[in-house]
Ligand binder design. Structure first.
Ligand SMILES: *Cc1c(COP(=O)(O)O)cnc(C)c1O
Length: 473
């Protein structure tokens, strides 16, 4: 399998060429030249496989530049019970007889679904950098989930260092403890005296210094990375097998969405032939995507229009993976995709599909819905009272929207994107009690912390990176 860009550059690229890159040179996102199709016989065979073997089968359809034995070993090392808590890796449980099911994607080291992809990325990076004899210094800014997932994936990995900026004192004590308690030499936490945007601005300033970026081999692990998306395709198959008996049965998925990475992986699974009836996009008060699926208008929000909510990992103003789906929706017309994302969004901050283009959305199975803080609290409470199941705020957005869309005879799988332990404040508000915490994390706030506080000054961050990469200034 080779890869092309959503904005018209069809120069074929291999998986490992795009693994360590961000955007394509023309500003688009990478996608495979075509989605490999799986037939009923293949599904029947895959149904029998343990998670890591299933992951290998799917990944090997998309990766032709890692020898089979190496890829198999790498995947087997990634998806283990030791890392993800259960032999099923992504166990599905039913919510009574409502037709709703919850697929647990959050039993990895940082208690959020980003571990599912990031753990694989850590092993892929180590493998590819080792093979090239290169090093990579990952620079990022985080307000929570992404940064911690990246650090837990890259800790102790050869050839990789992480420099993660966060707003000093503004993460929850649990999230801070998770990141700052890491003692690995290749992980560097920088607590910036400012807000998240200050941290983000420093990352941009450092990345815009091209000479520094090259000398110090600066890279990122953002959500547009194709390898992350590919890793997520696997659990759509694994979830499907757990709630169906026949390989023609249909299911729907409901996905708490922000940057559209997670549900885009569902779109890839459906495009491969997995019998998915609907892909239901659930948003919080930041409803860019719900608006699009209702109206065909995509309108990027301004910073001041982006709400801070109790499902913070879905607080986005534009959905960075969305262009991938629109490219497919437009019949893979790179020129039209470039016109919408490269021109209209840049110029007007919005675009509108033609009626004919909008009409195609139904063929792709997409639906959407929205949830608010009040919905979230009510859903956490009712799920606890009726099903003795405690869900986090993001998953609650999914359950709320899924309940509006579930159809008789079609199981609806809600993807659980985080555990309630990460969002204690809203759990207390909804249930008047503390969230359950997985074994081993009880005293995490008391562990010794390793981090450096810095003023919001790009020059000081650069000096810190230079000092710790041993590459001079
Ligand atoms: C990142 C994240 C999301 C949003 O996922 P996208 O792939 O950006 O749509 C939802 N919930 C949680 C808990 C997350 O960490």
């Amino acid at each position: 399998m080779k890869y092309l860009s959503t904005r018209g550059d069809t120069t074929p690229r291999h998986f490992c060429e795009i693994l360590l890159e961000g955007l394509a040179p023309d500003g688009g996102l990478y996608l495979p030249q075509a989605y490999p199709k799986v037939d009923a016989a293949t599904l029947a065979r895959w149904r029998q496989l343990p998670y890591a073997d299933l992951a290998y089968e799917i990944l090997s359809l998309y990766i032709d530049d890692i020898p089979a034995g190496d890829l198999k070993a790498l995947v087997a090392r990634t998806y283990t019970q030791a890392t993800f808590g259960t032999p099923a890796i992504v166990p599905v449980r039913a919510l009574g007889d409502t037709g709703l099911h919850i697929e647990a994607l959050s039993n990895g080291p940082t208690l959020a679904f980003k571990d599912m992809a990031m753990q694989l990325l850590g092993n892929l990076f180590e493998y590819e950098l080792g093979r090239r004899g290169e090093e990579l210094n990952i620079l990022g800014a985080t307000s929570g989930d992404t940064g911690s997932a990246a650090e837990y994936a890259m800790r102790g990995k050869r050839g990789v260092r992480v420099f993660m900026l966060s707003p000093n004192g503004r993460m929850s004590p649990f999230q801070q403890a998770q990141m700052f308690s890491l003692q690995d030499e290749n992980i560097h936490n920088i607590a910036v005296e400012g807000v998240f945007d200050d941290a983000q601005d420093i990352v941009k300033a450092v990345s815009n210094d091209l000479a520094f970026k090259r000398t110090h081999k600066i890279g990122t692990v953002n959500s547009i990375n194709w390898a992350r998306l590919l890793a997520q395709v696997v659990y759509y198959f694994a979830g499907y097998f757990q709630v169906t008996e026949k390989d023609t049965d249909q299911v729907s998925f409901c996905v708490p969405s922000g940057n559209f990475g997670n549900v885009c992986a569902g779109h890839v699974a459906r495009s491969m032939g997995l019998p998915i009836k609907h892909l239901v996009v659930a948003t919080n008060e930041n409803d860019v995507l719900d608006e699009f699926f209702r109206t065909g208008i995509y309108r990027v929000r301004k910073g001041a229009e982006t709400h801070e909510t109790s499902s913070p990992s879905m607080d986005i103003s534009k959905a960075s993976n969305f262009e991938r789906f629109v490219f497919d929706l437009l019949g893979r017309d790179g020129a039209r995709t470039r016109e919408l994302f490269g021109s209209q969004i840049e110029r007007d901050g919005r675009f509108e599909l033609s009626p004919a283009e909008f009409a195609r959305i139904a063929e792709f199975g997409f639906q959407s819905g929205k949830s608010t803080h009040a919905d979230r609290v009510a859903t956490i409470r009712s799920t606890w009272e009726r099903h003795q199941t405690m869900i986090d705020t993001h998953t609650a957005d999914g359950v709320k929207v899924a309940a509006e869309r579930v159809e008789p005879g079609v199981p609806m799988i809600v993807l659980e994107t985080a555990l309630p332990a990460k969002f204690a404040e809203t759990i207390r508000e909804a249930l008047g009690r503390e969230p359950e915490r997985p074994a081993g994390l009880e005293g995490i706030e008391g562990l010794p912390k390793r981090f450096t506080v810095m003023p919001p000054d790009a020059a000081q961050v650069k000096a810190f990176i230079a000092e710790h990469t041993g590459l001079g200034r």
